[in-house]
Design a protein around this ligand. Sequence first.
Ligand code: IPE
Ligand code: IPE
Ligand code: MG
Length: 257
Amino acid sequence: MLERIQKMLGNKAEQTDKTHVFDENGAIPKHIAVIMDGNGRWAKSRSLPRIAGHRQGMKTVKEIVKAADDIGVEALTMYAFSTENWKRPRDEVDFLMKLPQEFLTTELDELIERNIRIRMLGIQQGLPDFTLKALLAGEERTKNNTGLILNFALNYGGRTEITNAVTEIAQLVADGKLRPDEINDALVNDHLYTRDLPDPDLLIRTSGEIRLSNFMLWQLAYTELWFTDVLWPDFNKEHFYQAIAEYQGRARRYGAV
Ligand code: IPE
Ligand code: IPE
Ligand code: MG
């Protein structure tokens, strides 16, 4: 009897010690893309200004980057600011533009320690100097790192990305360097910001919105989508690992049987 109780307690302790619910021997998504949404609603529900939600959301970014790195995810792409987010009030945009610098000031050393490589996906033009400088410095300081690739999609729009690719390809054709019949999926891919990354295996969107909001329209063609009502500032490592557990239960068919 005692033995049985001890065994039960032992098992329970084992379970609670476990920080994740997914199968360690199962497939870990190589590339995870995240639409971090719900900061404004999180703040509103606490009668705080929207920027308080963004500040809290930055803490979630730190936690999720570490959670992804801890389990050997190869690339993590975080949607931080869309080409449409310029429509927001000036003070909110100003605050969001300060976050990359703040994030890197406090986190860069640990990211370097973890061998993480930072990159920016999006249009550099139009970003304030201090924002761009912080991101480029982060890219430069981590460019030789070989661990997790951490992409910040900032001033990013999926349609703009594809349109830029089309323009570049059209120019090659116009210059006589490429024939139209040489254009294929791989060539288009080579003109996207993500040219050297695998497509995301898993997309996570928080806050209950079930849409893509112009995020990685080309790359998400066969990605597994996972949505949660949890607002980004409330999202944590356990939710993240839950998404991976559900991903592991999905059958990816890519059009085959
Ligand atoms: C996501 O949270 C952060 C950005 C888009 C920069 P939101 O600011 O969109 O929060 P909600 O959707 O208004 O709650
Ligand atoms: C998408 O969220 C952009 C980011 C998370 C950076 P939004 O809050 O801007 O999207 P919509 O407006 O609800 O579609
Ligand atoms: Mg939103």
